[in-house]
Design a binder for this molecule. Sequence first.
Ligand code: TPP
Ligand code: MG
Length: 343
Amino acid sequence: MKPDPEDLYRRMARARFCEEALADLWERGLISGEMHLVVEEAVAAGVVAHLVEGDAMALDHRSTPPLVARGIDLLPLFLEMLGHEDGLCGGRGGHMHLFCRELLSASSGIVGSSAPLGAGFAVAAQYLKAGRVAVSFFGEGAFNQGMLLETLNLAAAWRLPLVLVCKDNRWAITTRSRSVTGGNLLRRARSFGIPARRVDGTRVDKVWEAAAWAVGRARAGRGPSFILASCPRMEGHFLGDPLLRVFREPLRQTMEIGPPLMRALLSKPVSAAAHRLPRLGAIGRTLTVLGAERCLLKKDPLRRSASLLGEEARRRIEEEARREVQEAVERALWEAGRGGPHA
Ligand SMILES: Cc1ncc(C[n+]2csc(CCOP(=O)(O)OP(=O)(O)O)c2C)c(N)n1
Ligand SMILES: [Mg+2]
């Protein structure tokens, strides 16, 4: 079996354009709360391309791209983001708590919970639907959660048809994951008796190959597998992330952040300056690392995957995907009474 570059690119383009549309709606104040974007479409598309009806997905706080890449109906998705009662979850879930019955998929903002949730789906598949599998997506930060380690243990002991996909973007909000992680994640999975592979998460063809292996094992009743996909963090933790804003508009942000930082440093000491200075140094170092990563790691997965296609195919697929997303957004805005050309 070989990957179909057009199919994979279509899945990725739909996911990317949906996220761009969500960012736009959020910037316009039409979506309330935090908004976590992903820009990890290669992982989403490469994995979900192997799923069939009856397979399940357990998702984390970055749940939109796997759903979109798998072909979710866009109108109820956007209505959900707008808080409308005709949304996917009656407008009450928002982007972090989505449930889609057709795709047997659920997401949660509780970091790490997609692992036990996926295991639950996998137990159900084992009992009720032989040959069906479950996939859990989670970040490398989540991999330090106890419930995730407990899931690895039971998944191995019960030979669950579960594919565990860890998206390693090296950060958990503002914490460098390396600074709070013991050992090596691949070896950690293997120590439970779970076969594990590392893959470049910006290369959809490579992700597709790793997922073919993992999903194939699960379907054949050979138990769980672990995929560690490295994904540079192209966006901040959430939209409007102040750390990232510093790099987008350095002058304005420095003028905004500088005075309160100086006030904090010079104000009547609650803690001694000797304690504050190192904390300021830590903020500075975090900013430096983030800045260096942004300069060095410009590996946009969509652009990288475009090289697998001819120019004509790329343009055609992007046009179709853009049109589809735009129509869904306009329709959703109209139904939610927020304007759009249907009004
Ligand atoms: C149980 C729990 N603890 C903490 C949080 C706050 N939180 C939200 S996202 C996040 C970082 C997760 O890092 P990672 O799993 O690597 O995912 P990423 O955001 O990098 O994609 C944290 C700590 C949470 N939502 N749930
Ligand atoms: Mg992370």
